[in-house]
Design a protein around this ligand. Structure first.
Ligand SMILES: [Zn+2]
Ligand SMILES: [Zn+2]
Length: 156
């Protein structure tokens, strides 16, 4: 897969881009679950990774691997074992450019994982209190595209 793609953390302090991608995977290992605060880690190797704003902080999660995250907002960003760096798929501006194509480390897969897609779904617009709350929300999240400056000079 090729074509320049960009991404970054939730607050926008760290931004990246790249164009040469490996095969994206979701990893069920317990370390990825913790590092992402989720049920798996979705990662793709970016062979020409370039930081375009800021740089990650790192947590050495084992003797072989350090994991990069935004030091300001905590968004998980990278898995670095010393080879080409793997980047969190969900941090891309358009995660669809690197769709996961394989699952790895199934031994740690959570028992409920396979059932997630069949959970009942609450339709939008059916919870008036929630709708009222949503109407008051002003997002401080960085948009899904590069910006000349962030946060906006004029404020939110
Ligand atoms: Zn951030
Ligand atoms: Zn993992």
């Amino acid at each position: 897969m090729s074509g320049m793609a960009s991404g970054g953390c939730q607050c926008g302090a760290v931004r990246f881009r790249g164009s040469k991608f490996g095969r994206a995977s979701i990893c069920h290992c317990r370390m990825c679950q913790k590092a992402f605060g989720g049920f798996f880690g979705a990662l793709v190797t970016v062979h020409d990774l370039e930081w375009t704003r800021g740089t990650p902080r790192y947590f050495q999660s084992s003797n072989r691997v350090k994991r990069g995250f935004c030091g300001d907002c905590g968004t998980p960003l990278t898995y670095d074992y010393g080879g080409p760096v793997e980047v969190a798929v969900g941090s891309f501006d358009k995660p669809e450019v690197v769709p996961p194509t394989i699952q790895v480390n199934p031994a740690d897969k959570r028992a409920f994982f396979d059932g997630l897609c069949s959970l009942p779904t609450r339709a939008g617009g059916t919870e008036p209190e929630q709708e009222k709350f949503n109407a008051t929300v002003i997002s401080y999240q960085h948009p899904d595209r590069d910006t000349a400056e962030w946060p906006p000079r004029g404020g939110f």
